[in-house]
Design a protein around this ligand. Structure first.
Ligand SMILES: Nc1ncnc2c1ncn2[C@@H]1O[C@H](COP(=O)(O)OP(=O)(O)OP(=O)(O)O)[C@@H](O)[C@H]1O
Length: 310
């Protein structure tokens, strides 16, 4: 079963001769194929930094990241792969706006095939099929001849996801892939990514602030809190994780759905980490949506920390 294992991984930013800025430390987790894993946590806590490190856009500060292709291959350190090898293993969708202009949507999506084409980027029949399939899957076939610079933020985001789909890698990393999408498109995108993980046995790891969507759709949750990553594996019946997803859903329904109606469909979190006591107090005393979400995330992190330490 393909997987990526993180061993005591620390991520952050190197600063020349000055000591590095450490963002998350001692991360031990396994990303498994056939699963949609959602990375949740407050603003600025380190989700993008972790994704960027996994994508080899920046080096880890410490620890290892191993890619296990299958039982016939020894685990490979992600940092030892060449750019070309990496492009055949991991596709990435980041939040930064692409600077590409004067290309059509179809041409940008076709760039996803570049790890497999010759130096002139000549597409073969199979490449064309994959590009068309990717555009169809995210619902942008009608936009294929539009110039990139004429797209809305949401359309551009769908195009970048289609490019990653066209790349057809065993691992997909997506930083807030639903950020600019309307509610219907958010649900469709999460459903698509979940189906892709299940049906094509991919490892899909995405960050999101949409906690409700994550809890409903994810097979596994990584909750980032206080410089660490807590992970939940609801499928794992050998541990106390069995009821975790159900538990999170109860928490989430109780604190979000029932009391706040539909407004939580697209929320964001912000602010500092609270203590569990403060978080309980916040939930009990305020109807401010963002404060409540932040408190809920804090409590989820605490719950997971408790379960994972058992
Ligand atoms: N290039 C950089 N150099 C130094 N620190 C950085 C750099 N980029 C980000 N940071 C800091 O690293 C921390 C984690 O940032 P990161 O973008 O990973 O958080 P995030 O969880 O993705 O946040 P958000 O949900 O707001 O996107 C923040 O404190 C941020 O200010």
């Amino acid at each position: 079963m393909p997987s990526i294992t993180l061993n005591n991984l620390s991520v952050g930013y190197l600063r020349g001769r000055r000591s590095p800025i450490s963002v998350l430390t001692h991360i031990n987790a396994t990303l498994q194929s056939g699963r949609l894993t959602c990375l949740v946590g407050a603003n600025g806590i380190g989700k993008s930094t972790l994704l960027r490190t996994l994508a080899a856009f920046q080096p880890p500060l410490a620890g290892q990241m191993f890619y296990h292709q299958d039982d016939n291959h020894a685990p490979t350190s992600l940092t030892s792969l060449s750019q070309t090898q990496l492009a055949r293993v991991i596709s990435v969708v980041l939040t930064t706006k692409t600077s590409v202009e004067n290309l059509t949507v179809q041409q940008v999506v076709a760039l996803g095939r570049s790890p497999y084409t010759n130096i002139w980027g000549t597409l073969r029949a199979d490449d064309h099929r994959k590009v068309q399939w990717a555009m169809h899957a995210v619902g942008i076939t009608a936009l294929q001849n539009r110039m990139v610079q004429t797209l809305s933020d949401g359309e551009r985001q769908k195009m970048m996801i289609a490019k990653a789909l066209a790349q057809d890698t065993p691992v997909m990393l997506l930083d807030e892939p639903t950020a600019f999408l309307d509610y219907k498109s958010k649900v469709e995108m999460m459903t698509l990514l979940s189906a892709l993980a299940h049906e094509t046995n991919k490892m899909v790891l995405l960050s999101t602030h949409d906690l409700e969507q994550a809890v409903h759709t994810a097979d596994a949750l990584w909750v980032v809190t206080k410089g660490q990553v807590q992970h939940a594996n609801p499928q794992d019946t050998t541990t106390n994780h069995t009821n975790l997803l159900a538990h999170l859903q109860v928490l989430e329904k109780r604190y979000l759905t029932n009391q706040l109606g539909q407004q939580h469909m697209a929320f964001c979190t912000e602010g500092q980490d609270e203590s569990p006591e403060q978080a309980q107090l916040t939930l009990a005393s305020t109807t401010d949506y963002r404060q409540r979400t932040q408190a809920l995330l804090q409590l989820l992190g605490e719950e997971l920390a408790a379960v994972n330490s058992l």
